[in-house]
Ligand binder design. Structure first.
Ligand code: C2E
Ligand code: CA
Ligand code: CA
Ligand code: CA
Length: 274
């Protein structure tokens, strides 16, 4: 009886159909949005935890759908990865981020999320080098955030491309650190500069274990000569704790939500507080 129930719930339902329809619509409209320049980047400041100065920013994709309203990148990026549109989308993000950053009033870094699919299906190093050349942004001001993915079928290629990127002079960060399966072997196998600690370790710390785990990630990274940035910093006690633990940078709603390019430019033009 119970088994029959489970089979029942697994069969194709009207709800599945509506998810499928939404995905089909999003896929079609995302192509159109890309062609018509309806996508935007928002920027979330990254601060040095000791001085509290802005040292960089993460570029985050925004899509305001004409009928459906704002669609989260958490929904449309995985879709674009499935359909392959991420390749074109990724190129757009890279060019747009470099162009905007080149015009900012101070030489902060801009971090761009790179999908593992881009490692597999495009000559990423050439795309990056073209974006730098046409924008005039120095390579040292571009950071690429890379996540582990089960979709990567050729880890050897990821390794080779990371070396090419590093030789260009861009900075490399491991995004969502600690959530994957092979985080520790990264230290041995991959060339990168920065560990980006996943917000699940930073927000809602409830137990002494959570606290020690966060401290251990920072300590390990520091011992391996990597800078650390914590994401999801939502209050002052967390910022203070991270500073005491030796974390280098912070990012999160406490410092700022992701904001428009215009607002970020204005923020950079303001004199530092105090
Ligand atoms: P992510 O790279 O881990 O980005 C961090 C997400 O956490 C962002 O959500 C950001 O708005 C949110 N966040 C930042 N600070 C806080 C905080 O203090 N508290 C909480 N609760 N959340 C915070 P967002 O912008 O919705 O992006 C979601 C995901 O979509 C990103 O996760 C990234 O995986 C993907 N994504 C976004 N833009 C791009 C892009 O241009 N390219 C690629 N490949 N992926 C992107
Ligand atoms: Ca990221
Ligand atoms: Ca992240
Ligand atoms: Ca994430």
């Amino acid at each position: 009886q119970a088994r029959a129930d489970r089979i029942q719930t697994r069969s194709f339902s009207p709800a599945d159909q509506s998810i499928l329809d939404r995905h089909r619509q999003l896929d079609r409209d995302l192509r159109r949005a890309l062609e018509r320049n309806q996508l935007r980047l928002n920027f979330q400041p990254q601060v040095d935890l000791k001085s509290r100065r802005i040292i960089g920013t993460e570029a985050l994709m925004r899509w305001d759908h004409p009928e459906l309203g704002p669609v989260s990148p958490a929904e449309f990026i995985p879709l674009a990865e499935e359909t392959g549109l991420i390749v074109e989308l990724g190129r757009w993000i890279l060019n747009e981020a470099c162009e905007q950053a080149a015009a900012w009033p101070s030489p902060v870094t801009v971090a761009v999320n790179v999908s593992p699919i881009q490692f597999q299906h495009v000559d990423l190093a050439s795309a990056v080098s073209r974006a730098l050349r046409s924008s005039g942004l120095p390579a040292s001001r571009l950071e690429l955030e890379i996540t582990e993915s089960s979709r990567v079928t050729d880890p050897g290629r990821v390794h080779a491309v990371m070396w090419q990127l590093r030789n260009l002079g861009v900075r490399l960060a491991i995004d969502d650190f600690g959530t994957g399966y092979s985080s520790l072997s990264y230290f041995r196998d991959l060339p990168f500069d920065l560990v980006k600690i996943d917000q699940s370790f930073v927000r809602n710390r409830t137990s002494a274990e959570d606290h020690r785990l966060l401290a251990a990630i920072i300590e390990l990274s520091t011992k391996m000569d990597k800078h650390t940035i914590a994401e999801g910093v939502e209050d002052e006690p967390t910022a203070r704790l991270l500073t005491e633990m030796g974390c280098t940078y912070g990012q999160g709603y406490y410092f700022s939500r992701p904001i428009s390019g215009e607002d970020f430019t204005n923020l950079l033009s303001q004199p530092p507080r105090q």
